[in-house]
Design a protein around this ligand. Structure first.
Ligand SMILES: [Mg+2]
Length: 328
């Protein structure tokens, strides 16, 4: 049975990692009946929540951009109040035909009463298990990317550097970037910066150091297409730390962030790092070619990688004495 537009909308919300959000304020008295099918039919397979305006406005609770917020005509005023804090798309359910355009609403389901709604969710329940992955969700560019670690790859490592005057480019990095761009690669920076999570580098200092690096690159006619950093430090169980935990190499989060934006062909991509965790993260993300750049710690990192290789026989890497040994 082909799915109707509204069923697809709900399904895709879940596939994108979002929740169905109901707002309690000024909702119809039978709101729990509107929420009921999610509980009785899907038994937790479709995440749904009920939120109060005061919790969203105070920041105590949040919505996310993958969410689908269900609204009713009576909630017109409350939507205006919540607009700045309500992320995600908004679907208005109205038993009547709605002709008036509201820029704060993305979708209007005219002629939707409780019966129509329940029937649609019953239909979705039938087709639910046959649903396939969202097609072409990752986009179609699929260019390869040169992923670079920052410290001792793009710039010389100055531990927990807060001083832009100490920023110095690694010799030859400009040549590698130019080559990558000329070959149709993206260039992306993926860097662990636990100094941010530890509170040792204030954001404003990080920004200055970061911008100095980019300005030195610019002087050489180079640029980086996407820069991401993981400020997380594992011994800091603070909300920010938890939010960023998956970004810190050897986890793959930063590569996924770059991929979400640049639409990368991971298999044809290249990673250059000076730490074992750089290459292990890249391998986890599916990056095809991995280079361990020679540094003072080469021996230790190489040992760690060979250890990793024992459990992951498909893991392959090469040591590059300098950037001229990186094949693009
Ligand atoms: Mg490094």
């Amino acid at each position: 049975m082909p799915m109707m537009q509204w069923e697809t909308l709900i399904l895709e919300t879940v596939q994108l990692g979002g929740s169905i959000v109901f707002v309690e304020d000024k909702a119809p008295k039978d709101l729990s009946a509107w929420m009921m099918p999610f509980q009785s039919l899907f038994l937790g397979e479709i995440p749904f929540v009920k939120r109060r305006a005061q919790d969203l406005l105070s920041g105590r609770l949040q919505t996310s951009f993958q969410d689908l917020v269900i609204l009713f005509s009576e909630q017109d005023e409350i939507l205006t109040k919540l607009n700045s804090v309500l992320q995600g798309q908004r679907l208005l359910l109205s038993p009547d035909a709605v002709t008036e355009k509201n820029p704060l609403i993305d979708f209007i389901w005219s002629g939707c009463d409780l019966k129509t709604w329940t029937e649609a969710l019953q239909r979705l329940h039938v087709s639910w298990s046959q649903a396939s992955a969202i097609e072409d969700y990752q986009g179609s560019h699929q260019g390869p990317c040169l992923f670079l670690d920052r410290d001792d790859v793009v710039v010389k490592n100055v531990p927990y550097n807060r001083d832009p005057s100490l920023v110095e480019l690694m010799p030859g990095i400009d040549g590698l970037m130019k080559k990558a761009h000329a070959q149709g690669f993206w260039v992306a920076l993926v860097t662990n910066q636990s100094g941010l999570g530890r509170g040792w580098i204030p954001w404003t200092d990080y920004q200055k150091v970061h911008q100095k690096m980019l300005s030195l690159l610019a002087e050489k006619g180079c640029w980086i297409d996407e820069c991401v950093w993981a400020g997380f430090y594992e011994k800091e169980p603070v909300p920010q730390g938890r939010q960023y935990a998956g970004l810190r190499k050897p986890r793959t989060g930063m590569f996924q962030l770059v991929n979400a934006k640049l639409k990368v062909n991971m298999a044809k991509s290249v990673m250059v790092g000076d730490s074992a965790s750089d290459l292990i993260a890249a391998f986890g993300a599916g990056v095809g070619r991995l280079y361990l750049l020679s540094s003072e710690k080469l021996e230790k990192e190489q040992k760690d990688l060979l250890q990793f290789q024992l459990k992951n026989p498909s893991f392959q890497f090469a040591v590059a004495k300098d950037f001229s040994q990186v094949q693009i």
